[in-house]
Design a protein around this ligand. Structure first.
Ligand code: BG6
Length: 484
């Protein structure tokens, strides 16, 4: 496959929090990869801004370290790195004070795309937005990029939206949900709306249920203080799983355009029914032979925060009436696996003497690892011996089918940052979408807090609490095996 890298326009990208973890792990390595691919023009500039008293040289050293640590050595040659570092600058800025802002202004060039990445806690969004305007640094069309968590609940999300809206128009605000930058997530839209095959079957009449799984093997690691205030519902379901759900369930947008797509996603969120507690399983990982428990990880012996959640939800609209969507996500599980599974119904009448379940097609769309899809179909078992049926997968692992280029596909951040520069908001969350997701999440959390519902312990390396399997068994269904 020929690579089609179309360079973006020259830009000045200011990274507030430019010395922070996200900048070093994701943003800068992603920019480096786009640079060596030729997508980031050499006249583009990346300006780190943070409190540390660094100069350009000191920051370049830090960036070089970050890139070496997070980009594979065959790409991170010293020649590539030296060329990339020429695009890097640094300005010490005090987000809460007036220091550094005029120096930052002096660094910005007229006539190029301006983008400001708020890679800082949401508590600083207001300060940054206000100073960018009061010092006349950000022009009318400057793009503002903000990270999750976008609020902790509906009230805080509304407040953040209002803070940003006081200074910038919605069409220039880019709320990142990095799941939307994953290759297969976009492929889900291509699959649904670029083919005739699936869409006629994509509804309650033919789909028995949908499963969305985002399983991780890692624990909460060094992010305990944030995570213990969030939990799996706020950290994963309200945003990443919600986005996967929306793309799976939405109506076809009239075109692939930011508002057309986001209007349809919003309708899905607004149609979600409230989930009652018996339909929710919350878990917390226990200690393993070599791994600390969740409570040890977050240094809170009484924590009642969930590191695992499974729930059953329904969408109250014509397309999905009566079709359950089962969602699960958790940390320290048996495998790292993210997938969406569309379980179709069995044929209405079997002419074969086959056991139940046979003939029910299953389409699974794998986000990670090994992006791809497989479709389970029923065929006759080869050979003599009568009409015995077996289920076989029609497997398509994209890297195998499409070659090296897919295996080496850009990371979610690479794609998303380039979309910011291109001015394409399709893969970013709109303010009303985020608020609608919180409006659905808040009452569920309030209910388990009011009833003091505690998470169930589960063994590290397991599939989560046994009750999650029971949630499905009650409905005569079961989760797909958690294996990679
Ligand atoms: C982040 C969450 O948004 O997504 C983390 O805060 C989680 O808790 C991560 O580990 C998962 O992302 P990925 O891309 O590794 O699946």
């Amino acid at each position: 496959m020929a690579s089609r890298v179309i360079p973006v326009e020259p830009f000045d990208l200011v990274i507030f929090g430019g010395t922070g973890d996200l900048a070093q792990r994701k943003i800068l390595p992603s920019l480096f990869r786009r640079f060596i691919e030729g997508q980031m023009p050499p006249e583009a500039r990346i300006i780190g801004a943070a409190r540390s008293a660094l100069d350009d040289r000191g920051y370049r050293e830090m960036v070089a370290e970050a890139v070496r640590a997070h980009v594979s050595p065959h790409r991170c040659t010293e020649k590539n790195l030296a060329a990339f570092l020429k695009t890097i600058f640094y300005v010490p800025v005090d987000a809460r004070g007036e220091t550094g802002w005029e120096a930052l202004k002096a660094r910005m060039r007229p006539g190029v795309v301006q983008a400001f990445y708020f890679s800082v806690g949401p508590g600083l969004f207001g300060d940054l937005a206000q100073r960018l305007k009061s010092h006349a640094i950000a022009g009318e069309t400057a793009r503002i990029v903000v990270e999750k968590p976008f609020g902790h609940d509906l009230a805080s999300a509304r407040a953040l939206n209002a803070t940003l809206a006081a200074h910038f128009r919605e069409q220039y605000i880019y709320r990142i949900d990095h799941y939307l930058g994953k290759e297969t997530v976009q492929n889900l839209m291509a699959l649904r709306f670029g083919n005739m095959l699936f869409e006629p079957l994509w509804n309650a009449q033919y789909v028995d249920h949908v499963q969305i799984t985002v399983a991780e093997t890692v624990g909460v690691g060094g992010r305990g203080s944030y995570y213990d205030h969030a939990g799996a519902m706020r950290d994963m379901v309200q945003n990443h799983l919600m986005q996967l759900l929306c793309l799976t369930a939405m109506e076809p947008p009239s075109k692939f355009d930011p508002d057309a797509v986001r209007d349809e996603k919003l309708k899905v969120i607004r149609a979600l029914k409230h989930v009652e507690l018996p339909e929710i399983v919350r878990g917390q990982y226990l200690a393993g032979p070599d791994t600390p428990s969740y409570r040890e990880d977050v240094d809170n012996p009484d924590s009642t925060t969930e590191s695992y959640i499974a729930l059953k939800l329904e969408i109250a609209n014509w397309r999905w009436n009566g079709t359950p969507f089962y969602l699960r996500t958790g940390k320290r599980l048996k495998a790292r696996l993210s997938e969406i599974v569309i379980q179709f119904k069995e044929p209405p009448h079997s002419i074969f003497d086959s056991p139940p379940g046979q003939g029910a097609n299953e389409l699974s769309i794998r986000l990670q690892p090994d992006e791809g899809m497989d479709l389970k179909v029923t065929i006759k078992e080869p050979g003599p011996g009568g009409m015995r049926l077996i289920d076989v997968p029609l497997d398509m692992t994209f890297a195998e089918a499409l070659g090296e280029e897919v295996a080496d596909a850009p990371d979610a951040y690479e794609r998303l940052i380039m979309d910011v520069i291109r001015g394409n908001q399709t893969l970013f969350m709109r303010g009303d979408e985020v608020e609608a997701a919180w409006a659905w999440t808040d009452p569920i959390i309030a209910e388990w807090e009011a009833r003091d519902q505690r998470p169930l312990g589960y063994e590290p390396g397991s599939t989560g609490p046994e009750e999650a399997a029971i949630l499905m068994h009650r409905d005569g269904r079961r989760w797909r095996e958690l294996k990679t």
